[in-house]
Design a protein around this ligand. Structure first.
Ligand code: BTN
Length: 248
């Protein structure tokens, strides 16, 4: 993974570029990196803002021979890889907000947007887009209360190439195991240990309906397990993509 890298100065979105490459070329493991994005995409149709030359915008193309039903688990591995890499490089505790936001000092420092093209029984490609706020010194007002960067939190500039290399290495290590077993079992504990939602009351917004529950942690499929506030033994799972989980 990441043996082939394509660097760009400016693109609309590294995910869009990666998807095009994935459709046209033999590109399993290819990494797309750009200095800036003019149409960065976030989850749920939101925008992802760009500060040219400061941050990381990368998308990894994968063509795994796994059951398409298991492809969303790759997002969990990507979040864990970024979380571990940031923690190591800035020597601070990082947390994960399920399914894949990375949180530093209670603010979001990274988001992951996974997009895939699948048939019923096989995957054409998966694109894992990762945006990390690295050396940016400030945020627009509307983001400032929620978002942060490694620089804002540590007052130290981070080498983006070092962080990208670490993310790729951490991801690859887990990915090779995952391809064999197609479960998150070996990674669950590490993920759940830093899950910011764990044991907390969360608001679940599922198909437009809202309710409150207590988050427990992910299971081996990457689904979030929750239990009713008043009935700890009434455990259910929620799927990423169908719900939004907010802290209360
Ligand atoms: C989110 O938290 O909403 C996900 C944000 C994902 C942003 C990254 S930046 C690189 C890649 N290209 C995009 O257009 N989006 C992802």
């Amino acid at each position: 993974i990441g043996k082939k890298v394509r660097f760009y100065d400016e693109v609309d979105s590294t995910n869009l570029v990666a998807k095009k490459i994935a459709e046209e070329e033999e590109s399993d493991g290819l990494l797309v990196v750009s200095e800036s994005q003019t149409k960065g995409k976030g989850r749920r149709g939101r925008e992802w803002s760009s500060d040219k030359g400061c941050d990381i915008f990368m998308s990894l193309i994968l063509k795994p021979k796994i059951n398409p039903m298991n492809a969303s688990m790759l997002t969990i591995l990507a979040a864990l890889a970024v979380s571990k890499s940031i923690a190591k490089i800035v020597e601070k505790d990082t947390y994960i907000k399920w399914p894949n936001d990375i949180i530093l000092n209670n603010k979001k420092v990274c988001g992951v947007l996974t997009e895939m093209s699948t048939e019923i029984d096989y995957i054409n490609h998966v694109v894992i887009g990762i945006g990390i706020n690295v050396n940016r010194t400030s945020f627009p007002n509307e983001l400032a209360s929620m978002a942060t960067s490694l620089y804002v939190e540590t007052e130290q500039k981070v080498q983006r190439a070092e962080l990208i290399a670490s993310v790729v290495k951490e991801f690859e290590e887990m990915y090779l195991v995952f391809l064999e077993i197609q479960t998150l079992q070996p990674f669950m504990k590490e993920y759940n240990d830093t899950l910011i939602n764990a044991k907390r009351q969360v608001k679940i917004i599922e198909y437009g309906k809202e309710y409150e529950a207590i988050a427990i942690g992910i299971n081996e499929k990457g689904e979030l397990m929750i239990h009713d506030i008043d009935h700890p033994d009434h455990v259910r799972t929620v799927l990423a993509g169908e719900v939004s989980v907010r802290g209360i």
